[in-house]
Design a protein around this ligand. Structure first.
Ligand SMILES: *Cc1c(COP(=O)(O)O)cnc(C)c1O
Length: 812
């Protein structure tokens, strides 16, 4: 663990293992050599952690998720291992620069946005809390696409993140499993009259695991993220092979390898594609077989204590095939009766819902489901028959309720409702913020809440302060350490101690200096990637997140246009210079989201080239928003834009990263914004807009055109867009956007919240002009962010759902 040994190992990996010499000028190989040397130092702890879990026969939780948005691993590993300074010294001896090597690493972008990043933060907190939790996911060969802007339009490019190798992972072919698709089922009755079902004539695919270490914070614990990769079996189609169709027989290899080729880039929407269902079943089946194989090794075929020792957390409905798949494995492979198998399944599954948007609720056509997974469909039907019998006993004669609650939605093309399958199969159903959990009980899942009120609970999301404050913002971290000590790294509530320092002028000055340095770092990123100059003394107003109508980047850009119009008309008294940064990816098939990106880029072009705007307003669209970009963005932000239509953002986690880094939020009463405002107080939060209740009430009588006519500012903004001011050479380009704003059926009520939003922005600008006042607000936001650590979130999942005992790793 000393710099000399580390330097020696890096040199050895570089020269011997990787075979490079002094003619190698790419930072990539020194990076790989460093990671391999660090991985060696994780190995002993990794093994000791699993031995400790084994020795205690510890209960485990498994976090099943189609997405893990891990980002980069190097800096995080150095922080958690406490090896930052050692590594820095070792590299300096070798004439290398740590910062440069950190920057070489490609983000592991195996997720779309909040849901996948949440899974990554959960793993960090579980390892830090020494909880026996294993993450199970998919090793996509292509992660989230890379986004370029060409001619103001989003262009997607595949993200072949594994091309240069991924030195953090460890292939474990000895834990390979087979996953079956297609075919049919057969029944036979044994001599004792018991019916056995087998799934025959299917196509098998291999699931090969790759393990990634998840180090806890300086505690000796290293947990595991196991990612499955698909591979063809070596069995050829003998019929085709013998009839001379060798290429056709080899071609089936491709189909198998396709399963884990690419992440579906849709955030908050699904499209019923067969390959996606294959991925979902692949994850569920491989993971459950893996867990059952370990159970068999330690306990034999006795499953009586299985439910006491295992718990599965389903990250949204994506892995909910796990419910019928566990039933299948227990019955068809291990000989349990239905009742025993159901008892185990329904006592081990727990489901987290992540969205209130009806279009995001997963459904699969019964026809497709039955073709691909014939045995699973039979089990789903049986679960449904027994479930509906229970509903009928509770509400005799209520056929409407039976149809509403059925796992099968009837119609021309009947559908399997995956959320209902997950609820029926689970003992716990949770939302991800107080408001969201309440709305689930009142709306989407009301019937199920009436049947099983005890199943429903809330677990407000969080983020890990290790990555999002300690590692991303060392400048501020050092200042906090100097004043209140380092306890906050594992007990974020201790940040409360900063509140007492707001009246300390020295401290405020240091806080501002740290923020200014971080703003300079962000300005350099904006300069490099957008070719726009941001002045670090201006208000940095930032909205980064997936582009979606419900998140209302459109409302943000309407405000920018309003500021532009104000300056043009000479309304520049008491001006607060402002730099507006917007970033995020649109799903490739999401037309409106892409058009909104184009509008942002076109407005930026007009604003940034107008000399009247100089020193007053700048706008940039940051391409390819991702975890490693957010690590620079959050520390450099003054004003955090969290402006979704109330009742639509389940929680949000970007809001928490900003708050932790001393940004002040301008936001609606939506998701976790409500809890953020509760913690920090109304004085330190710029609230605006309709409530979730008012949103629902407004829908029936919404007349945006009337609102536009009645508000001269909004009218002026609309007139500018409609006059083609931002699309001189492309007439009609923004007609779809204009129609959306003017439609009485606009679900996102952009025009309804415009006035309140502009007023809140004016309050924010005034507050920023008073530097001391703003600094106090900034400090208080960080000071009050303790609740939003995933350490707290994980302790709640554990206390109320998983009930795991922490296990100290030996030598920790
Ligand atoms: C935190 C994070 C998100 C989630 O942001 P929201 O504002 O909560 O939607 C999405 N993408 C990345 C890269 C993140 O780091």
């Amino acid at each position: 663990m000393d710099p000399e040994s580390l330097a020696l190992d890096i040199r050895r990996y570089f020269g011997n293992f990787l075979g490079r010499d002094r003619h190698c000028h790419s930072a990539h190989y020194p990076y790989q050599a460093l990671v391999l040397a660090l991985r060696d130092r994780l190995m002993e702890r990794w093994k000791n952690t699993s031995y400790a879990y084994e020795a205690q026969d510890a209960k485990h939780a498994y976090y099943l998720s189609l997405e893990f948005l891990m980002g980069r691993a190097l800096n995080n590993a150095l922080l958690n291992l406490g090896m930052g300074e050692t590594t820095d010294a070792a590299l300096r001896n070798l004439g290398l620069d740590l910062e440069e090597l950190i920057d070489v690493e490609h983000d592991a972008g195996l997720g779309n946005g909040g849901l996948g990043r949440l899974a990554a933060c959960f793993l960090d907190s579980c390892a830090t809390l020494q909880l026996p939790v294993v993450g199970y996911g998919i090793r996509y060969a292509y992660g989230m696409f890379r986004q370029h802007i060409e001619g103001s339009r989003q262009v997607e490019e595949p993200d072949h993140w594994l091309r240069d190798g991924h030195p953090w992972e460890l292939e474990r072919p000895e834990h390979t499993h087979r996953v079956r698709y297609y075919g049919r089922t057969e029944r036979h009755t044994d001599t004792r009259g018991r019916v056995h079902v087998s799934w025959v004539d299917g196509h098998d695919v291999l699931a090969v695991p790759y393990d990634v270490a998840v180090p806890g914070y300086r505690n000796g614990t290293v947990n595991t993220l196991r990612l499955w990769s698909s591979a063809a079996t070596d069995e050829f189609d003998l019929g085709e092979f013998n009839s001379g169709s060798y290429p056709e027989s080899v071609a089936s290899k491709n189909a198998a390898e396709n399963i884990t080729m690419v992440l579906y880039p849709n955030d908050a929407s699904e499209n019923g594609k067969e390959l996606r269902l294959r991925q979902q079943y692949f994850l569920a089946s491989a993971s459950l077989q893996d867990i059952l194989a370990r159970w068999l090794q330690n306990h034999g075929e006795d499953f009586s204590r299985f439910a006491e020792k295992n718990c599965f957390q389903l990250n949204d409905t994506h892995p909910s095939c796990a419910v019928p798949e566990l039933m299948r494995l227990l019955m068809d492979e291990h000989g349990l009766e239905w009742e025993e198998a159901w008892n185990i399944t329904s006592r081990t599954m727990a489901y987290t819902n992540h969205t209130l948007l009806p279009e995001a609720l997963e459904k699969w056509s019964v026809r497709l489901f039955g073709q691909l997974l014939p045995r699973l469909l039979e089990i789903v039907y049986e679960i449904n028959a027994r479930f509906l019998a229970e509903v009928a006993r509770r509400w005799p004669g209520d056929n409407g309720r039976l149809a509403r609650m059925s796992l099968i939605e009837e119609g021309d093309d009947p559908q399997v409702r995956m959320a209902y399958l997950a609820i029926v199969g689970s003992f716990s159903v949770n939302g991800v913020a107080e408001l969201h959990s309440d709305l689930l009980k009142q709306g989407l899942f009301h019937d199920f809440y009436e049947l099983w009120p005890g199943k429903f609970n809330n677990k407000t999301n969080g983020v890990t302060q290790r990555r999002w404050l300690a590692a991303a913002n060392p400048e501020l971290g050092r200042l906090i350490d100097a004043r209140i000590g380092t306890g906050w790294v594992t007990r974020l509530d201790e940040l409360r101690g900063l509140a007492a320092l707001v009246d300390d002028a020295d401290f405020r000055q240091q806080w501002r200096a740290a923020k200014r340095a971080n703003k300079a770092r962000l300005a350099a990123l904006v300069k490099r990637d957008c070719e726009v100059d941001f002045d670090p003394d201006a208000l940095f107003d930032v909205q980064v997140k997936r582009i979606h109508e419900y998140k209302r980047q459109l409302l943000n850009i309407l405000h920018v246009i309003h500021l532009y119009a104000r300056i043009k008309s000479g309304g520049v008294g008491d001006w607060t210079p402002r730099c507006v940064l917007i970033g995020g990816k649109a799903a490739p098939g999401y037309f409106m989201a892409k058009r909104i990106i184009t509008l942002i880029c076109k407005v930026a072009e007009v604003v940034n080239t107008d000399s009247d705007m100089a020193g007053r307003l700048k706008v940039a669209f940051l391409p390819n928003y991702r975890v490693s970009a957010m690590e620079i963005i959050a520390p450099g932000t003054d004003l955090s834009e969290q402006i979704s239509t109330a009742g639509k953002e389940a929680s949000g986690t970007g809001n928490m990263k900003f708050m932790m880094n001393g940004a002040v939020t301008i936001g609606t009463l939506d998701g976790a914004n409500i809890e953020i405002r509760e913690e920090v107080g109304d004085d330190n939060f710029f609230l605006f807009g309709l409530t979730a209740e008012e949103v629902e009430a407004t829908r029936h009588s919404y007349d945006p055109n009337l609102l536009i006519e009645a508000d001269p500012d909004l009218k002026r903004v609309m007139t500018l867009i409609e006059s083609g001011h931002f699309n001189q050479f492309e007439p009609g380009l923004f007609d779809p956007v204009i129609h959306a704003i003017r439609s009485p059926h606009d679900p996102w009520l952009v025009a309804a919240d415009f006035r309140a939003y502009v007023n809140a922005q004016d309050r924010a600008a005034a507050a920023y002009r008073d530097g001391d006042r703003w600094t106090r607000m900034s400090i208080l936001n960080t000071a009050c962010s303790g609740k939003f650590s995933t350490d707290r979130t994980m302790q709640e999942y554990n206390a109320e759902i998983w009930k795991l005992a922490p296990v100290a790793a030996s030598g920790g």
